[in-house]
Ligand binder design. Sequence first.
Ligand SMILES: Cc1ncc(C[n+]2csc(CCOP(=O)(O)OP(=O)(O)O)c2C)c(N)n1
Length: 362
Amino acid sequence: MLKEFDAAKRRIFRIMDDDGVILSDQYMPDISDSELLKAYQNMLFARTADHMTVSYQRQGRIFTYPPNYGQEAIHGATAQVMRHDDWLVPAFREMGAWLAKGATLKDIFLYFMGYEVGNSWPGAHHFMPISVPIASQLVHATGIGYAIKYKNLDEVVFAFVGDGGTSEGDFHEALNFAAVWKVPVIFLVQNNQFAISVPFRMQTASDGIAIKSVAYGMPGIQVDGNDFFAMLKTLQEASEFCRAGNGPILIEAVTYRKGAHTTSDDPTKYRSKEEEEGWEQKDPLKRLKKYLIFRNLLSEEDEKKLENQYRLEVDRIFEEAENQPPYPLEDVFKYMYADMPDDLRKQQSEQEKFLQWKLSNS
Ligand SMILES: Cc1ncc(C[n+]2csc(CCOP(=O)(O)OP(=O)(O)O)c2C)c(N)n1
């Protein structure tokens, strides 16, 4: 399949249409009905948590948060393929994949509440920290891939980046050397059509991202990122390809960020209702739900029940995170260096003075 849909052939890979109808049976990925239902439930859980996190932010109970709404099929498929020893190198918009790697929702909430401990995610094995400096994580991914190859380990790196991130020098450096060294890295670009307010057509003059793989000397594929089956099949084949020692691969998952860039953004300023409505038909959960209902694996009532159950669960976990004792100011400063340098010590004491001043003036 990877060869047939190689980026150079200019074909987007899709298995299921917008109505949940299977277009090409021969590419259906290997997944049992019960695994499929579980995968859908996990995506629904992530979506529920995502919506509720936006609402917590609006209530002033959590800091800035980047919604995942509309991109869940990419994360759900990754969750299905990623093994315990594989590495997840995240950007910042793939919560379903974090949960699959073993991060708890409470850890995730603590991160977005500013807790330093929220960075450590002890249950998540082979998981790098969330990377807000765009694309900087990709060079780390190539480095991890190099170590895996050097040590002859049976591991694959799943490295996430957005379409905007592909314009960074780090993207070029990471892909160039990953291909030269033939390291087992899946570069997974979530092309959600925007980098904050910058539309994809202003990001690159290239006809898509996947085609850039040709110049780097690695295979690439453009996939309908809202088609769970297409994403799953692609990731299954991509991870086998990497595991077999063939080097890296570039996947462009074409999707749409249905929410705002972050809770500080207002997308109505830079995109139209018509555009949003056009993408609504392609919503990844709606499409998969139609398929599941057609196969009698799910009903509308089942889904309502699940959603209610998830809402209660998310609220309970959020309250647990809210009840965490406040973090000491020192946490903000102490983890960067083994011995804190003088200028950082000075910043800490200035911040302490500022907080005391604020307290005495409130
Ligand atoms: C190196 C760097 N430059 C700029 C920013 C500010 N910034 C934060 S998110 C973002 C856009 C990222 O867009 P994209 O890579 O498409 O990912 P998306 O947010 O769409 O998931 C920018 C420019 C940053 N965090 N890091």
